[in-house]
Design a protein around this ligand. Structure first.
Ligand SMILES: *Cc1c(COP(=O)(O)O)cnc(C)c1O
Ligand code: SF4
Length: 523
């Protein structure tokens, strides 16, 4: 009997693995898949590698350390050697995702400084979103009527070269401490219109877990706060941080939402898939905010691949940000037309779930402005003019030095799946054709557009009392037929020939009768 029991356990089917779930992906050894590890860390035991504290304390930042992982270019050496540069620090996990021999690697470009990042540009600002001006207490930005941005730390797991908050981020001397957190909470307690608190920084997930929980609980204890949001790049730089302990802690304080920050499909690894799976299982809706960056993701095909990898991991693309006018970001900036082109390449071509909203964070501090009609109010060769929800009007200065995306060198462009019949206007942008003609347009054109348009509706062109065009009163129907591709119009009633009028005999409106109805017969 004992033997039978034993046998029944032995033949029990293994748990079914869903081959399409990226969080269940297995590596060649049959164990959960892992991303690449750079050779210098090959001997680190998995236990340490998977420990976020180990990742934080083994970050690389000096020329020597980074040079031991990547084959550096001269410009990278210059960037890493600059004295007054924005902080460099990269987790071993994230640095390992970089191709050591490819200077254009999209992850590398986000975290390894170039000499040219120090170059100034027109309209460059230190605090381009005027956050400091909109802070009633240090670290709390109250810009919208019902929600606030709460900066709880200046520290991040790694540092993005284009960071919009590089004026404070990374600087331990400007960090926020418990006294500031308490002042922020006190402001929230006495400001009842705030219903949504967005925790950001820096990155709250780099704080000691106890302190982070204390802040979240402090917010949750305020009755008028409905939702708490966490904006974090930790799951991208250091997915090891997302453990059961964190997820259990967060789940106590629902409703909690989270926005992550992926810019390129290479950042979505098996470790990330498992981390995001844990977050979503804890009931946290996960979104993504990307920044449009020249040389990283200024390509429709890269963006499409990115959003597909995101939704596959149940991450909802939220915003695609135009790169801010902030110090250090000059060489990352793209024209606004690039963002519009990407949005056009997404809508219709992929699931609506996979499409973010393209926004410009208003220079001078008006909040996120969607790049779409009603908000985009003017557009010249170097500037866009935008208005926000309050009627505040601002400008975004376009870059003067943008190197267009190199399609020939882009594997995403090479492997794009053709979509027959969907080229359309995109084909014009790609230079496949100069124009698209509607059916019958050529026929109209051959006759001369002016005449054709006039004859379709003489009533619109001939002033009363002057008379119709000599000898042409029978022409409208024919021209309409040509415009419909040579087909007479569908219904029999419409197909009957229109009444022809001799010159001067066209119907006239009677006194007091609206012009439209008198001419109905001709229209
Ligand atoms: C981005 C941001 C928010 C949140 O904006 P949503 O459009 O609601 O995501 C709130 N406050 C500030 C200061 C922000 O920068
Ligand atoms: S994670 Fe966010 S706050 Fe931190 S450096 Fe990057 S962009 Fe700046």
């Amino acid at each position: 009997m004992g033997t039978d029991q034993h046998r029944s356990v032995a033949v029990a089917e293994p748990a079914w693995l869903n081959p399409r779930d990226p969080a269940q992906a297995l590596g060649p050894d049959g164990r959960p898949a892992r991303s690449r590890r750079a050779p210098i860390w090959a001997d680190v035991p998995d236990e340490q590698w998977d420990d976020w504290r180990w990742q934080l304390s083994h970050r690389i930042n000096s020329l020597e350390e980074v040079g031991a992982v990547l084959n550096l270019t001269d410009e990278e050496r210059a960037g890493l050697s600059a004295d007054d540069k924005f902080r460099v620090d990269i987790t071993p996990y994230f640095a390992s995702l970089i191709d050591p021999d490819d200077p254009n690697d999209p992850i590398r470009r986000q975290v390894i400084p170039l000499g040219r990042e120090q170059q100034a540009f027109t309209a460059m600002m230190e605090d381009s979103l005027a956050e400091d001006r909109h802070s009633p207490v240090p670290g709390l930005v109250h810009r919208y009527p019902d929600r606030v941005l709460m900066l709880v730390t200046t520290q991040c797991a790694s540092y993005c070269r284009y960071c919009t908050r590089s004026r404070i981020v990374g600087d331990p001397a400007q960090n926020f401490n418990t006294r500031e957190h308490e002042a922020q909470l006190e402001y929230l307690r006495k400001t009842p219109q705030v219903r949504d608190v967005l925790i950001s920084g820096g990155d709250g997930l780099t704080l000691a877990p106890k302190l982070f929980e204390k802040i979240i609980r402090g917010i949750r204890e305020i009755p008028h706060i409905e939702i708490i949001r966490i904006g974090s790049r930790v799951p991208v730089f250091m997915p090891q941080r997302v453990d059961d302990e964190l997820c259990d802690m967060l789940a106590k304080y629902h409703p909690i939402w989270m926005n992550l920050h992926f810019n390129h499909p290479n950042e979505i690894t098996p470790e990330v898939s498992r981390a995001v799976d844990k977050l979503t299982r804890a009931g946290i809706p996960v979104g993504n905010q990307s920044v449009l960056l020249a040389g990283v993701n200024d390509c429709v095909h890269i963006q499409r691949s990115l959003v597909h990898r995101l939704v596959e991991n149940r991450i909802r693309p939220y915003y695609l940000y135009q790169c801010d006018l902030v110090e250090g970001s000059g060489h990352f900036r793209t024209p606004v037309g690039k963002g519009l082109e990407i949005m056009e390449g997404l809508r219709g071509h992929t699931s609506g779930y996979a499409i973010p909203t393209y926004v410009i964070d208003a220079p001078g501090g008006g909040g996120k402005i969607p790049v779409m009609p009603n908000y985009l109010i003017s557009y010249s060769d170097h500037k866009v003019v935008l208005r926000n929800y309050e009627g505040y009007i601002t400008t975004y200065e376009e870059p003067t030095t943008y190197t267009p995306h190199d399609k020939a060198a882009c594997t995403y462009c090479q492997h794009d799946r053709p979509e027959p019949g969907q080229s359309g206007v995109l084909g014009l942008l790609e230079g496949e054709a100069m124009w698209i003609e509607p059916k019958g347009f050529e026929e109209l054109h051959r006759r001369g557009n002016t005449e054709a348009h006039r004859l379709q509706d003489p009533s619109k062109w001939v002033p009363f009392g002057v008379g119709a065009i000599e000898g042409q009163s029978g022409a409208p129907l024919k021209v309409l037929e040509a415009a419909n591709g040579g087909q007479a119009t569908g219904s029999p009633a419409k197909a009957s020939p229109k009444k022809a009028y001799a010159p001067g005999e066209e119907p006239r409106p009677r006194d007091g009768e609206p012009t439209g109805s008198a001419h109905g017969e001709l229209l």
